[in-house]
Design a protein around this ligand. Structure first.
Ligand code: NAD
Length: 475
């Protein structure tokens, strides 16, 4: 059974009821899975009022209570992972093992926030005269509005919800209309874990209409968004016009630097497998491959051979290693990248085609010999496309890696400590992974620099943007 789709407002699940609905389809089979109700303006007003009312109590709740609820949700995530994962594969397309893995790994996010919310500290500042006391308090910012995308529907929503709830805030979250089941499952788990009504509210609708309405509301004090750079800039400017705090987790175009002293076969195999994770629809996916001259041929061969063996298919098939793209609209985008690459002299070494079968399938693709200003080298593909080019020395590759306005993640393969230190100092990137992939754990900060975003999620930083600082002094 696919998830029953509903709004979740003030502790109540609200289905249809004559509201406008949107069809949710399976990107592998194009089968219609369900009808998602859109929130009316009255629903949004109700969610705002509920979040505002609930905040008056929740802000004073003990971190022990917050932690207890978050831990319960973590346990429920583990208990329900197979069912939630199956629905996530149905409406998003990723292979079942990846979907279930997303749910289970997110249980750790619940546990981390449950523990970390006990460590929200203020401080005492020494006064200039002994009768004065000076206190710094950190208080929850208030009602948060969050907008999360379709590529990791569970992960991206639960991170924002845990951070808001753990900090003592209340939250209205608009999840991804294309792949809504995982966010519905989150609402059910918080409901079952005993979260008071109004602390978490889930709404759906036309993204631009819902975000515009919520961000303009004086009730909302903070905006958090994960998605594309242009939409992030738009929402950040709207939030800025209303003087609201933002967290922006936006796109990247992650450079991969493979130095000739690295273990080339290991790097190529690891990177090829990582490239097709979630069909490349990952904001930290490796997307620009710079390989040092002497290692180039060996890397290309091992990378292409690994990708050739990837089984593409329906995510529910246990043999599938890469599913479809999540939407119809992503397929022509892939074709546009490939056509532009060919026009610019690129060589398609593998793939480059829409697969001839129902569903939104595009083949794992490798393109070489691209000029630096080809579309694939400058715009995030967000799909299973890998451009591979050569470099000669460290200065040059750092310059090329830093040449774009993005700075989310980067990947380096080298056996030289000197090179590892140099590139980790000089790459303009929120996350640098050297010889392995280690980002996105609950205990480590996740976030970008430059156009890739503002703020971090996870790590000890996780509550920073959900808290305001208040200075109190008395005699
Ligand atoms: P898009 O730019 O139309 O939308 C990206 C996400 O933002 C979607 O979830 C969408 O529902 C949401 N969105 C769009 N306009 C919005 C608005 N005005 N208010 C609130 N939410 C809004 O692109 P798309 O076709 O859905 O996805 C493709 C691009 O999005 C990719 O190229 C990639 O860069 C980016 N993306 C990034 C992430 C990420 O994890 N950073 C996730 C998904 C998509």
């Amino acid at each position: 059974m696919y998830e029953t789709l509903a709004l979740y407002i003030d502790g109540e699940f609200i289905e249809g009821g004559g509201r406008r609905t949107e069809e949710v389809t399976n990107p592998s089979t194009l089968e219609v899975l369900g009808q998602l109700p859109h929130a009316t303006t009255a629903d949004l007003d109700r969610a705002l009022a509920a979040a505002e009312r609930a905040f008056q109590t929740w802000r004073h709740s003990s971190p022990m209570l917050r932690g207890e609820i978050l831990r319960k949700v973590g346990q429920l995530s583990r208990d329900r992972a197979n069912d939630i994962g199956r629905n996530l594969t149905l409406d998003q397309g990723k292979p079942l093992a990846e979907a279930v893995g997303e749910i289970i790994s997110c249980a750790d996010h619940c546990d981390w926030h449950a523990e970390e919310c006990r460590r929200i500290y203020g401080r005492v500042i020494l006064p200039r005269s002994p009768e004065v006391r000076q206190l710094v308090l950190r208080e929850p910012i208030g009602v948060c509005a969050a907008f999360t995308p379709w590529n990791f529907p569970y992960n991206q929503a639960i991170r924002k919800i845990c951070a808001a709830i753990g900090a003592g805030c209340t939250i209205i979250l608009k999840g991804p209309e294309d792949s809504p089941s995982a966010v519905m499952a989150i609402a059910r788990m918080f409901h079952d874990a005993g979260l008071p009504p109004g602390v978490l509210n889930i709404v759906w609708g036309v993204p631009s209409e819902v975000s515009d309405y919520l961000i303009r509301s004086p009730i909302v004090r903070k905006v958090s968004f994960t998605g594309s750079v242009p939409v992030g800039k738009h929402l950040a400017s709207l939030a800025g016009a209303h003087m609201k705090r933002v967290t922006m987790e936006l796109g990247g175009h992650s450079p991969v630097l493979v130095f000739d002293d690295a273990d080339i076969n290991r790097a190529a195999k690891m990177l090829a497998k990582f490239k097709v994770r979630n069909a490349g629809q990952v904001c930290v996916s490796p997307t620009r491959f710079y390989v040092q001259e002497a290692a180039y041929d060996q890397f290309l061969e091992a990378f292409v051979n690994t990708l050739k063996s990837v089984k593409v298919g329906d995510g529910l098939d246990p043999d599938t290693q890469m599913g479809p793209l999540a939407h119809e609209r992503r397929v022509p985008t892939m074709t546009k990248f490939v056509e532009n690459a060919v026009d610019r002299g690129g060589k398609v070494v593998l793939g480059g085609e829409v697969l001839d079968r129902p569903g939104h399938f595009f083949s794992p693709t490798v393109i070489t010999d691209l000029p630096e200003d080809a579309m694939l080298m400058t715009e995030e593909p967000f799909g299973p496309l890998a451009p591979i080019v050569r470099f000669s020395d460290t200065d040059e590759v750092i310059r090329r890696a830093n040449s774009l306005p993005f700075g989310l993640s980067s990947y380096v393969f080298t056996n030289s400590l000197q090179t590892a230190t140099r590139v980790s100092n000089d790459l303009e990137s929120g996350m640098v992974n050297i010889n392995h992939f280690g980002s996105a754990l609950p205990e480590t900060p996740f976030g970008g620099v430059k156009d890739s975003g503002i703020g971090s999620e996870g790590g000890a930083e996780t509550f920073d943007s959900y808290l305001v600082t208040k200075f109190v002094t008395h005699v």
